[in-house]
Design a protein around this ligand. Sequence first.
Ligand SMILES: Nc1ncnc2c1ncn2[C@@H]1O[C@H](COP(=O)(O)OP(=O)(O)O)[C@@H](O)[C@H]1O
Ligand SMILES: [Mg+2]
Length: 216
Amino acid sequence: MFTVLVANPKGGAGKTTVATNLAAYLAGKRQRVVILDMDRQRSAARWLGRRPRGFPEVRGALPDTDPKIIRDYAPQWLIVDAPAGLHGHALAEMVKVADAVLVPVATSSFDFEATADFVSELTALKPVKDGKRALAIVGSKVDGRTIAASDLDAFLAPLSLDVLTHIRDSQLYVHAARDGLSIFDQPRSRAEDAWGDWPPILHWLQTAVAAKSHRP
Ligand SMILES: Nc1ncnc2c1ncn2[C@@H]1O[C@H](COP(=O)(O)OP(=O)(O)O)[C@@H](O)[C@H]1O
Ligand SMILES: [Mg+2]
């Protein structure tokens, strides 16, 4: 099982959107996927509750779900939708059990401020510092060719981090979320442009999975 922690302390950064879309994408590739909703608002669990029959199956778990239920399903992927405000001991514990950490960052100054301390804390954690956890930042609700995207690059440069990809601001995500779907559950004709933002995330994951399999 490969565990992806989707985290940012700021509410509204795009965690649940990234987590649910990633989960549905992997499910569409015939993978067994569990989404673990750690946020008390239960947005991911509610999304799952709205998911119509006939679409690739994603299973849900909550913090109090019996781990045996997850183990018995033997998922290839566990996607963890982290709560807002995650830091300190709770963050360290979650990073310990994750294989990769994906940090969506929206592009307002408020988001940068909230994310800066988080990223510093994250990169100071031993497994991340030692290169044993894949870490990636994705721009959230931003077009890669805009000033907002350059602002994000400038914000990350002193932290020696790059932006893996920019996930555009699109009503497709809003409508999909409302319907328990992802952009990957939509017809190509409607969603192809938005799909184009995701290959860097999927390649990054492939690399991280390969790195994990080579680790002693
Ligand atoms: N790429 C996007 N395009 C348009 N709306 C988005 C996008 N990503 C997130 N949103 C919207 O922004 C809001 C916050 O996103 P959400 O994923 O719930 O953030 P978080 O889980 O970090 O609080 C939601 O209303 C969501 O539908
Ligand atoms: Mg959320």
